[in-house]
Design a protein around this ligand. Structure first.
Ligand SMILES: [Zn+2]
Length: 230
């Protein structure tokens, strides 16, 4: 191929980048092609069990392939392009099911030692497109995580709650009445419960829990319908 042809191809890719997953032509104004969109394990709202203390529980996806692998890859590989795509897709999934708009989003804080090692808080980065599209603030320094908790995935349900007890600390007065806690993945909901009880104890009236993905039984999600990307 001539140099000019290579340049033209590169320019075309920059101007019209393909689907973020497969490279084929994507849907207008959307990071994916129709087939990749349809293949994702979108999670309908009726498959989101409620969590004690939280009014609404919304997750964009079931924690199944390829979402689980993408999230793990982003967390440990710092793939910023995939992180941006996942943030956009999460916003599509959450906004399509949103009953009421909260006053602010609280991404689950990461302990500073872990933040230092990883370089970014995945929950915060995934929540950015949601906050932007809803035009509401992200609360990044209202609550901090002061206990370097053991990775939740290594613990059973009781150990998780004990592990999280008093892990979070309120750093400034909370003025918002309705807050959505945002995490990358919800498994047992113990982190959300701990944060929700802290927010409610500090005068917040309504707490929702949102996430990119949620661990649910495979059969349950597969019985569900797909959602539209619009
Ligand atoms: Zn595709």
């Amino acid at each position: 191929m001539k140099v000019a042809a290579h340049l033209l191809q590169a320019a075309n890719l920059l101007l019209h980048p393909g689907c973020a997953f497969c490279g084929l032509p994507r849907l207008p104004g959307y990071p994916l092609c129709e087939a990749c969109h349809a293949d994702l394990p979108w999670l309908p709202v009726e498959y989101n069990p409620t969590i004690a203390g939280c009014t609404a529980s919304l997750s964009a996806f079931a924690y199944h392939p390829p979402i689980n692998n993408l999230l793990l890859g982003i967390k440990f590989g710092k793939n910023l392009r995939e992180l941006a795509v996942m943030g956009e897709l999460t916003a599509v999934g959450i906004l399509s099911q949103l009953p009421t708009v909260p006053d602010a989003i609280l991404p689950v804080p990461l302990h500073t030692a872990r933040l230092h090692i990883r370089g970014f808080n995945q929950a915060l980065e995934l929540a950015r497109p949601l906050a932007k599209q809803l035009a509401i603030p992200l609360l990044t320094d209202t609550i901090t995580r002061h206990k370097a908790t053991q990775a939740q995935t290594e613990l059973d349900s009781n150990q998780r709650q004990h592990n999280l007890h008093q892990a979070f600390r309120v750093q400034k007065p909370i003025r918002h009445q309705h807050i959505a806690i945002f995490d990358d993945v919800i498994t047992t909901g113990s982190t959300a419960r701990e944060l929700a009880s802290l927010l409610l104890a500090h005068g917040v009236q309504q707490v929702d829990i949102w996430s990119c993905a949620r661990s649910i039984l495979r059969q349950k999600h597969e019985a569900g319908a797909q959602i539209d990307y619009h």
